[in-house]
Design a protein around this ligand. Structure first.
Ligand code: 5GP
Ligand code: ZN
Length: 112
């Protein structure tokens, strides 16, 4: 996946404002934040979208979801946060490497 931005950030080939990393997952701040705190959880392996996951990804997806509250707390989002996964063109996905947005802080978020 030579031209995938998130693969490049995951491999350290492109700078990313990283806040967490383990063998499988990296988290970094969104370059265009929509809230005072806005970061993304990204698998290091290239998976295009949630629609390209199957049961073999269940463990990875579970670990990513469980990291959301842990990292949100560390980023000071004590009163809560929002998660978002844009999937496919119809879901507003722009970067076709799976990611979970986590954002919050400041005044309350609009209803969805
Ligand atoms: P999507 O619409 O695919 O869910 O969101 C992609 C997100 O990636 C956008 O919020 C955008 O601001 C962010 N993004 C795009 N390119 C980069 C980049 O090079 N670095 C970082 N940190 N975020 C990026
Ligand atoms: Zn990728």
């Amino acid at each position: 996946m030579g031209d995938c931005i998130f693969c490049k950030i995951a491999k350290g080939e492109m700078p990313g404002n990283k806040l967490y990393e383990d063998d499988e997952v990296i988290a970094f701040h969104d370059i265009h934040p929509i809230a005072p705190v806005h970061f993304m959880l990204v698998p290091k392996a290239h998976i295009s979208s949630l629609a390209n996951c199957d049961s073999s990804h269940a463990g990875l997806l579970g670990r990513m979801l469980l990291l959301a509250p842990e990292l949100a707390r560390k980023q000071g989002l004590d009163s809560g946060f929002r998660t978002m996964i844009n999937t496919g063109k119809g879901g507003g996905q722009e970067v076709f490497h799976l990611h979970i947005h986590v954002f919050g802080g400041g005044s309350s978020l609009p209803r969805t």
